[in-house]
Design a protein around this ligand. Structure first.
Ligand code: FES
Ligand SMILES: [Fe+2]
Length: 416
């Protein structure tokens, strides 16, 4: 349970709030690299309750600007993309990829250009994603996760939007206890061997162990079967919105990143990668199930459908637990069911330990951010080395030692 103030602190991302300032200190995955064509139409992007426009010049360089033209506020999404610049069609003010104004046809003195500041933002591309730094001053070290070293052949980022506050989406990612329930249609299906999800079936009371890490949290959830083996899932959480989710495959992985678009809308990334073979040949079954083809918003046609198409007849007939087709949309339906949850009225149990720790971690980082202290600990974080895990282990195994060893091996497999 949170106080009303704490709930607001963690959910209100509007400009001027502590959460907004904290998020602006991060590298944020904004859109797919492929969504920007050289010389093509600029793309509108909303992040943290503010409006931006992204474009790619003919030279391939990506630019990320405030949407409103600094002259009289017209949308630069209407602009001309030529000569590696975005040019406002109203009076022709022209901006390069860094957001610097380089031409003002309406002014005799072109020196006025230099007075226009703060229009553009730093951009990085990695893992077939355009990342942006929306904060002031120098950006922090880039979150160079292993997949950001891969191109589109081995890494497939899929973006989607849902109409829920970011925290709800995030909490679901750390909530191992729901996997065997909400996703029972998948976890109980023995024909779907991928990712080891079936191993949670019939055990909805995992034992959590949470460790603080410079980048966020490591969450172990252990399910005992009464036999000789236990089932361990390890999730690596990188504050504020990234979770590496365990699979049984050492060289293929996936990560989910939640980004607040505004207070009641989230951008949720599913990034899949495989170092050995083209990722399109090894997507997990749940990745495409029920989703639209577009990787720029694979949830588009499902949004606004009542309860994500929940099928009451299938529920009654015992054919489906949730009635909602697709693991991803089961999560979305739950998150969207109340746009901003009132956390002053919850009853958190032992199954919610990870949620409690997650909130505490975020509140502490927001506090550090507000105090002007290091809220990222990027210098101490080896982002590239992060891997999640799902494995059967002999009972009495030291989960920490086991996980560290596994991660070392996964790292080696990656660099090979
Ligand atoms: S509003 Fe953009 S140039 Fe005038
Ligand atoms: Fe889920």
């Amino acid at each position: 349970m949170l106080t009303a103030e704490q709930n607001r602190l963690l959910t209100d991302v509007s400009p001027g709030t502590p959460l907004n300032r904290y998020w602006k200190r991060q590298w944020i995955p904004a859109l797919r690299s492929a969504a920007l064509e050289p010389g093509g139409a600029p793309v509108k992007v909303e992040l943290l309750g503010e409006h931006y426009v992204a474009f790619r010049g003919d030279n391939g360089e990506a630019g990320f600007l405030r949407e409103a033209c600094p002259h009289r506020g017209v949308s630069l999404a209407l602009g001309r993309n030529e000569n590696n610049r975005l040019t406002c069609i109203f009076h022709g003010w022209s901006f390069n990829a860094e957001g610097r104004c380089v031409k003002m046809p309406t002014e005799k003195d072109q020196g006025f250009c230099d007075k226009v500041k703060g229009q553009g933002f730093r951009v990085r591309e990695g893992g077939a994603i355009v990342w942006v730094y929306l904060g002031e001053g120098e950006p922090p070290a880039f979150t160079d996760y292993a997949f950001t070293y891969l191109g589109r052949e081995h890494c497939r980022p899929r973006a989607s939007y849902n109409e829920a506050n970011w925290l709800q989406n995030l909490e679901t990612l750390l909530d191992s206890a729901h996997i065997g329930l909400l996703h029972a249609d998948t976890t109980a299906d023995k024909r779907l061997p991928q990712a080891g999800l079936q191993l949670v079936s019939g055990n909805d009371t995992p034992k959590y162990t949470l460790e603080s890490r410079p980048y966020g949290l490591r969450s172990y959830s252990l399910r005992t079967s009464g036999g000789e083996q236990d089932y361990l899932r390890v999730t690596e959480f990188v504050a504020p919105g990234t979770a590496f989710i365990g699979t049984t495959d050492a060289e293929a992985g996936f990560v989910i990143i939640v980004v607040p678009v505004n207070n009641t809308r989230s951008l949720q990334w599913y990034v899949y990668w495989d170092t050995r073979q083209p990722i399109d040949q090894n997507l997990p079954d749940f990745a495409l199930l029920g989703t639209d083809e577009s990787d720029d918003n694979f949830a588009a046609s499902r949004q606004g459908t009542p309860n994500y198409g929940q099928d009451r007849a299938a529920m009654r007939a015992g054919e489906s637990w949730s009635g909602i087709p697709g693991v991803i949309f089961e999560d979305y339906a739950v998150a969207e069911s109340i746009p901003i949850v009132d956390r002053t009225r919850e009853f958190l149990g032992s199954g919610d330990l990870a949620i409690v720790r997650l909130r505490r971690e975020l509140m502490e980082r927001i506090r550090l951010s507000e105090a002007g202290e290091d809220c990222l600990k990027a210098e101490q974080s080896d982002y590239r080395a992060l891997r999640a895990l799902a494995a059967m282990i002999p009972v009495q195994t030291d989960i920490r030692v086991f996980t560290d060893r596994q991660q070392d091996e996964r790292r080696k497999a990656f660099s090979a």
